[in-house]
Design a protein around this ligand. Structure first.
Ligand SMILES: Cc1ncc(COP(=O)(O)O)c(C=O)c1O
Length: 398
């Protein structure tokens, strides 16, 4: 955590915790760095589902080619916060209203998930036209991955065997322009695994297009660039990924690629900051009870990991009793919820930890606040701080 952020956290009033801190400067630099690694024929769309905070979107819009949305709500949000930015609309189970909304909004791409969805679209189109990608669930063995959304039975996308019927419908309907295919098979892939997947997808897509007389101009490789929650300082190897994509594109001179990462874009800029309310022992094991919990930061419960954190010691203690503490021993960080699942990190080393210390959870900028069950137990919602060019505290004059 940057020194200025540490200081900022230390100066927050305890009653103003928990809080989310978004480091906009870090996000801007990271997004620009990601963009810079990508070859010209690779478009970068940000998957808004990872975090659709308007201030984050406002930073990102300068560095991406567009946003990927997966609901009418996200579509409306992007259209109002970032008007004019291209939008791709994906996701399973689109309702007729959402399809109509997409058509009225003039989305850049519609990702078709099933034959039923395609038929609904044809029924709604009227005089309008639309650019589509067919989302395909290719039978590619991904090995062990954090979150598989394809390559096996799944509700996402079309089986390759069902593409023919969709192609026939599209061939009969000049209002639907088929641009290519979309594939999002997994989350948590490293650069080498993602490139291997891209290679297999492009080979399949070219063969499929040749066999079916499809003019393939675009392949969307999805998101899923890995984030290592055990090593918060290490980021997805965008440089290797960009170089690999450039090489792959040499074999596909007429193709444009798109990627739509979410987690790997915003995760690093977010911090969930709170305070140790109490440290107590149960059957010999120390538990640090924090203000807040997984109703604000569900990521560790959802992904079953320990959320990485930094302790910001607080040296003040003015109570007339001994300060609860844990010293250089495995401690479990829990929240205030009445459920044993409210665990943010389990049996982790936290050095010397005292009641009153602050904890800043890292990697809280994606699938964190927006996937959490905020209303459970009706605790106050966190404050949100968007820090840009955090002022360096005035030090002693030289
Ligand atoms: C279709 C699609 N695209 C992109 C993403 C973003 O994935 P990630 O945040 O892992 O990069 C998702 C996530 O679920 C998705 O379903």
């Amino acid at each position: 955590m940057r020194q200025q952020l540490l200081q900022y956290v230390a100066e927050l009033d305890a009653e103003d915790l928990p809080a989310y801190l978004y480091d906009l400067q870090d996000l801007r630099e990271h997004a620009a760095a990601v963009r810079a690694t990508l070859p010209e024929r690779v478009q970068l769309f940000y998957a808004a589902k990872a975090n659709s905070d308007p201030r984050l979107l406002d930073v990102l819009r300068d560095h991406v080619d567009g946003f990927e949305v997966a609901s009418g709500g996200e579509l409306h949000h992007i259209r109002t916060t970032c008007p004019g930015t291209p939008v791709a609309f994906g996701g399973p189970g689109k309702t007729p209203n959402e399809l109509e909304q997409a058509l009225q909004a003039g989305v850049d791409r519609l990702h078709i998930e099933s034959e039923q969805e395609l038929r609904l679209l044809t029924a709604l189109l009227g005089e309008r036209t639309v650019d589509v990608l067919l989302r395909v669930n290719l039978p590619i063995d991904l090995g062990p991955v954090a979150l598989a959304m394809g390559g096996r039975p799944s509700p996402f996308g079309l089986d390759p065997g069902h593409l023919d019927r969709c192609l026939a419908l599209i061939a009969d309907d000049p209002r639907i322009r088929l641009r290519g295919v979309h594939v999002h098979l997994a989350s948590g892939l490293d650069a080498a695994a993602h490139l291997d997947l891209a290679d297999q997808v492009l080979t399949w897509a070219r063969d499929w297009a040749n066999r079916n007389g499809v003019e393939l101009t675009e392949v969307n490789l999805g998101g899923g660039m890995g984030v290592d929650y055990t090593r918060p300082d290490r980021r997805f190897d965008w440089a290797a990924y960009g170089t690999g994509l450039r090489r792959l594109l040499e074999g596909h001179p007429d193709l444009t690629l798109r990627i739509e990462p979410g987690r790997s874009v915003t995760v690093y800029c977010g911090w969930y900051v709170t305070e140790v309310l109490d440290i107590k022992r149960s059957h010999g094991h120390p538990f640090a009870v924090l203000r807040g919990g997984t109703h604000h930061l569900r990521t560790p419960a959802a992904k079953q990991h320990d959320q990485p954190f930094t302790v910001i010691p607080d040296g003040t203690w003015d109570r007339p009793w001994e300060r609860p503490r844990a010293e250089d021993e495995p401690v479990t960080l829990v929240g205030q919820l009445c459920t044993p699942k409210d665990v943010l990190a389990s049996g982790v080393q936290a050095g010397r930890l005292h009641a009153g210390d602050r904890i800043a959870f890292a990697l809280a900028g994606a699938y964190a606040w927006n996937i959490s069950h905020h209303e459970f137990l009706m605790h106050p919602t966190p404050q949100f701080h968007h820090l840009d060019h955090v002022p360096v505290p005035a030090g002693p004059r030289p």
